[in-house]
Design a protein around this ligand. Structure first.
Ligand SMILES: NC(=O)C1=CN([C@@H]2O[C@H](COP(=O)(O)OP(=O)(O)OC[C@H]3O[C@@H](n4cnc5c(N)ncnc54)[C@H](OP(=O)(O)O)[C@@H]3O)[C@@H](O)[C@H]2O)C=CC1
Ligand SMILES: N[C@@H](CC=O)C(=O)O
Ligand code: NA
Length: 333
């Protein structure tokens, strides 16, 4: 049995989802020869530390009761630099302007020889090449399936399962919040701002939800796909972007009468064009999925078009992608 000492940096919707999934899948992980021992959890107020392994159920209960797990005044960065462990599960808020705490956390993790699995898109939209080079130099694993499409497999699918195909374009819906809002606006005859509060309550919106509705989150995911799948070196500034803030109930209703729906579509093409914009999609088309679902159509030279769909956001759903990345790193050959 391989014991993996891990930290969970950021204990919001996703960090807590990871804790729940680790509890739910403990027996399965053990059967795969992996024993994950979470030695530290941090939120914005501090850290809980136990070098013998924290009681995750207790940490979840304390977070629900007190709003924080903090017992010590340590930041995520302090934990990464000072506590002995193998794996950093990075789930702090996405910041596409500076990379936020996540960028410093990931750099420090690699400098300390720790593997990183993350759902945080910010650092990957700004410093994708640098982070991957640093991870490689330090002999660390770096996995980020959860950053695009949440539970929907797309990065590992295109890089590993579809290896050998040349990918010509990837087009789809990469933001669960916008898709949920557009679906519910039509159902409820409401404006996007009224439905946005529902998405926030569901734990699917970004810490700053303007990232969702202005298409910034989708743009970040398009950049990650461009870099991870197409080997480009793009940043968020390379994306031609329009969000959903100008979409009205009336526009959705008119489209529906004409057999169409409005979806926020992100697209990356092998010629380097990166776009995010609301587009009309015929009802019944593979891209016309509803609610928090995401969808991606991958155009390839050998396999033709391959389309996948799945929950693009949500605590447990996104944690499932983090779990699969963890298993892929530590599962014995
Ligand atoms: N929600 C979703 O469905 C998905 C989210 N993601 C990404 O996963 C990441 C986490 O998202 P989510 O859990 O929803 O976000 P939340 O806002 O729910 O949680 C963020 C967590 O990070 C903590 N935090 C904030 N700032 C810092 C800091 N400087 N150092 C350490 N911890 C900090 C917060 O502390 P406190 O609890 O004290 O506020 C909180 O625990 C984001 O990058 C997001 O883009 C990716 C896929 C899906
Ligand atoms: N806010 C994002 C969360 C996942 O990345 C979304 O709604 O898709
Ligand atoms: Na994914």
């Amino acid at each position: 049995m391989k014991t993996v000492k891990a930290s969970i940096i950021g204990f919001g919707s996703i960090g807590q989802g990871v804790a729940r999934v680790l509890l739910m899948k403990k027996e399965y992980l053990n059967k795969e020869g992996i024993d994950i021992k979470v030695v530290a959890i941090t939120d914005s107020k501090g850290a809980a530390i136990d070098e013998n392994g924290l009681d995750l159920e207790k940490c979840l209960a304390i977070k629900a009761d007190k709003g924080t797990v903090a017992e010590k005044e340590m930041t995520g960065l302090d934990v990464i630099n000072q506590i002995d462990h193998d794996l950093v599960i990075e789930a702090t808020p996405t910041d596409v302007i500076t990379g936020g705490a996540g960028l410093l956390n990931m750099q420090a993790a690699f400098e300390n020889g720790r593997d990183v699995v993350t759902s945080n898109k910010g650092p990957l939209t700004l410093k994708f090449k640098e982070l991957n080079e640093l991870a490689e130099k330090k002999g660390c694993a770096f996995r980020y399936e959860a950053t695009v499409g949440g539970a929907m497999p797309i990065i590992n699918l295109t890089k590993e399962v579809m290896a050998g195909n040349e990918i010509e374009s990837i087009k789809g819906i990469f933001n669960g919040t916008c898709n949920y809002i557009l679906t519910r606006m039509l159902e409820e005859k409401s404006s996007y701002s009224e439905i946005l509060t529902e998405a926030v309550d569901l734990g699917i919106a970004e810490t700053d939800p303007t990232y969702d509705v202005e298409g910034i989150d989708t743009a970040g995911k398009v950049v990650i796909l461009a870099n991870a799948v197409f080997g480009m070196n793009k940043t968020i500034n390379d994306v031609d972007r329009t969000g959903i803030t100008q979409i009205t109930y009336e526009a959705l209703e008119m489209s529906a009468k004409n057999g169409k729906t409005i979806k926020l579509i992100g697209e990356v093409r092998k010629d380097g064009s990166l776009t995010v914009s609301p587009r009309l999609v015929p009802i019944g088309h593979p891209l016309s999925v509803s609610g928090t679902l995401n969808v991606a159509s991958v155009q390839t030279d050998l396999a033709g078009e391959i389309t996948v769909t799945g929950k693009g956001a949500g605590s447990i759903e996104t944690a499932s992608a983090i779990l699969s990345d963890i298993i892929s790193i530590y599962k014995a050959d």
